[in-house]
Write a protein that binds this ligand. Structure first.
Ligand SMILES: Cc1cc2nc3c(=O)[nH]c(=O)nc-3n(C[C@H](O)[C@H](O)[C@H](O)COP(=O)(O)OP(=O)(O)OC[C@H]3O[C@@H](n4cnc5c(N)ncnc54)[C@H](O)[C@@H]3O)c2cc1C
Length: 469
C-alpha cells in the first residue's frame, strides 16, 4: 500500500517535534518544508544578538537532526501557496519552485513580528525572530559603540550610546538586561574615547507593567532589578514614531517626547504567519486579531479534517505563543493522525499542560513561575540554566553553549563579537531591490530532465523558467 503522505510546514518546535512523533510509522512518509535549513531555538536569540552565543549554537541543521529518521525528508523552500482542494503545497527557493502533494498537512509556520500597523518602523527597529534578525542586531549594538568612539560632538556620541528596547515582555527584558551588562561589564575597558558605562538603556512598553504575564510580584522584581542595573523603564508609554536617529513616544497623560537613539530593538507584538490567511480563505476557519488560525479542539482546521495547525500560528483557548504549546500541540496532532490511520477512535481534545515560564534579567538573576510557585533571583536563574540546556537540541550545541556561558557569566567576556557591515545593512538593501534584481538560481536548459515516475522529485521540482515558457 502507498504510504500516507504527510507534509509538515516549518522546522521550528511544532514542525520538528511533529515530524519526530511520526518516526516509527512505516506507513507514513513525511516531507518537512521550511524556509531555513535549521531548527531555531528562539528563546536564546537574544544571546546571539548580544555576543554570548554563536548562531550555530542555537540553530542545528534540520537535515542532520532528522538524518536517522528514514520516513522523513527535508525540502528547503518558502511556502508560497497551499491548495487544500488539490492537496498541494508550493514552495520556492531562489526562483526555483516545487510542488509537493499531501494526504495530511501539518502547518507550523510560527509567527512574525507585529509593528501594530507601522511596518515602516522595521527599517530602524529590527525585531528578533530569526538568525538574520539576531545578527543584524548584534551588528547594530556592537556597531553603536564603535560609532560612539568615533563621534566628535557630544550629542552624536550620546545618540550612539542610547539603546531603546520596545516591549517589556521576556524578550525585551532579556535584551535590555544584556545590553546593560555589555555596557557596564563586558566593554568597559575596551574603548578609549568613550566610557561605555555611560550608555543609556531605555525599556519602553505601552503596558503599565514589566513582564505582565508573570504577575505583579515577579514583574515588580524584574523592574527593580533592571533599574538597579541602570535600565530606564518607561511604562504606559506608546511608541508613535521610529526613524534613523531616534523614537517618538507618547506617555499615558498624552504628552509627547523624543529619545535620540541610534539603536532600537523591537520586541513587542506578534503576528501569525501569513499562511494562516491562506488556510482561512480555503476553509471555515477564522483568524484572531493577531492573524492566528482558530482551530478545532483537535487542532484541525474547521472544515478540513486533513489539516492540522499548531504552535504560534494557532489560536485556541487563549494559549500563549510559547515553545511548549507548539511541542505539545505537534505531538498531539501526530497522535491524532496515528489513531485515524489505525482506524481507532479520535483521542480526547488537545489539553495543554503548563510547565511554567521564566525569563532572565541578567547573569545570576531570573524570574520563574512554575505551578503555584513564583520566585526570582539566583534560584530562578539556575532553573532557567538547567531547562535551557535540556531543551537545546544536539550534544554539540549543549557543550558549546555551556562553554560560552562559562566565559560570559563567570568571566567578563563575550565569545561572539564578530560583526560585519553586511549584517547591519544587507536586509534593508535587499528589501529595496526590485523583484527582477533579486538573486535567483542559474537556469541551465539541460538541467531540466523530467524525473522518472515514482521518483519523489517528480512532484517537487520544476524550474520556474520552464513553467513560464
Ligand atoms: C526572541 C524569542 C524568545 C522566546 N523565548 C521563549 C521562551 O523563553 N520560552 C518559550 O517557551 N517560548 C519562547 N519563545 C516562543 C517560542 O520560540 C515559540 O512559541 C515557538 O518557537 C513556536 O514554535 P512554532 O513551531 O509554532 O514556530 P517557529 O518556531 O517560529 O517555527 C516556524 C517555522 O516555520 C518556518 N516558516 C515560516 N514561514 C514559512 C513559509 N512561508 N514557508 C516555509 N517555512 C516557513 C520557519 O522558518 C520556522 O522553521 C520565544 C520567541 C522568540 C521570538
Amino acid at each position: 500500500m502507498a504510504p500516507h503522505r504527510v507534509v509538515v510546514i516549518g522546522s521550528g518546535f511544532g514542525g520538528l517535534f511533529g515530524t519526530q512523533a511520526l518516526k516509527r510509522r512505516k506507513d507514513v512518509e513525511v516531507t518537512l518544508i521550511a524556509k531555513t535549513t535549521h531548527h531555531l531555538f528562539q528563546p536564546l536569540l537574544y544571546q546571539v544578538a548580544t555576543g554570548i552565543l554563536s548562531e550555530g549554537a542555537i540553530s542545528p541543521s534540520t537535515r542532520e537532526i532528522l538524518s536517522g529518521q528514514k520516513n522523513a525528508r527535508v525540502i528547503l523552500g518558502t511556502v508560497t501557496d497551499i491548495d487544500l482542494d488539490a492537496k498541494t503545497v508550493t514552495s520556492e527557493v531562489l526562483g526555483r519552485e516545487s510542488v509537493t502533494e499531501f494526504d495530511t498537512l501539518l502547518v507550523a509556520a510560527g509567527a512574525g513580528q507585529s509593528y501594530f500597523g507601522n511596518d515602516q518602523f522595521a527599517e530602524y527597529a529590527p525585531g528578533m525572530k530569526s538568525i538574520d534578525d539576531a545578527l543584524e542586531l548584534r551588528g547594530r549594538i556592537f556597531g553603536a559603540f564603535e560609532w560612539a568612539e568615533l563621534a566628535t560632538a557630544p550629542a552624536e556620541r550620546d545618540r550612539y550610546l542610547t539603546f531603546v528596547v520596545v516591549g517589556a515582555g521576556p524578550t525585551g527584558v532579556e535584551m535590555a538586561g544584556q545590553i546593560a551588562e555589555l555596557a557596564h561589564r563586558t566593554l568597559k575597558r575596551d574603548f578609549r574615547a568613550i566610557d561605555t558605562r555611560q550608555a543609556r538603556i531605555v525599556l519602553v512598553d505601552a503596558a503599565p507593567q514589566v513582564l505582565p504575564s508573570f504577575g505583579d510580584r515577579l514583574g515588580g522584581a524584574a523592574r527593580d532589578r533592571l533599574t538597579r542595573m541602570g535600565v530606564e523603564v518607561e511604562l504606559a508609554t506608546k511608541v508613535v514614531g521610529v526613524d534613523a536617529t531616534g523614537i517618538n513616544i507618547e506617555k499615558a497623560d498624552g504628552t509627547h517626547a523624543r529619545i535620540e537613539a541610534a539603536t532600537k530593538v523591537w520586541a513587542a507584538g506578534v503576528q501569525g504567519s501569513e499562511l494562516g490567511a491562506m488556510l482561512a480563505e480555503q476553509s471555515d476557519a477564522e483568524l484572531d486579531r493577531a492573524g492566528r488560525v482558530k482551530v478545532n479542539p483537535d487542532l484541525t482546521l474547521p472544515g478540513r479534517p486533513d489539516v492540522y495547525v499548531v504552535g504560534d500560528m494557532m489560536a485556541l483557548d487563549n494559549l500563549p505563543g510559547v515553545a511548549q504549546v507548539a511541542i505539545q500541540g505537534a505531538r498531539y496532532a501526530a497522535k491524532h493522525l496515528k489513531a485515524r490511520l489505525d482506524g481507532k477512535s479520535d483521542p480526547a481534545p488537545f489539553s495543554y499542560f503548563d510547565k511554567g515560564s521564566m525569563a532572565t534579567i541578567s547573569r545570576f538573576s531570573a524570574v520563574a513561575s512554575v505551578g503555584k510557585l513564583r520566585f526570582s533571583g539566583f534560584l530562578a536563574w539556575l532553573l532557567w540554566l538547567g531547562i535551557h540546556i535540556v531543551y537545546l537540541i544536539g550534544f554539540k550545541q549543549r557543550v558549546t553553549t555551556l562553554l560560552h556561558w562559562a566565559v560570559s557569566f563567570i568571566g567578563r567576556g563575550r565569545g561572539e563579537r564578530t560583526v560585519t557591515a553586511q549584517q547591519i545593512l544587507a536586509r534593508n538593501i535587499i528589501n529595496a531591490m526590485a523583484p527582477e534584481d533579486l538573486p535567483k538560481l542559474p537556469i541551465v536548459e539541460a538541467d531540466h530532465v523530467p524525473a522518472p515516475a515514482g521518483d519523489p522529485a517528480a512532484t517537487t521540482q520544476e524550474p520556474q523558467a520552464e513553467r513560464a515558457s
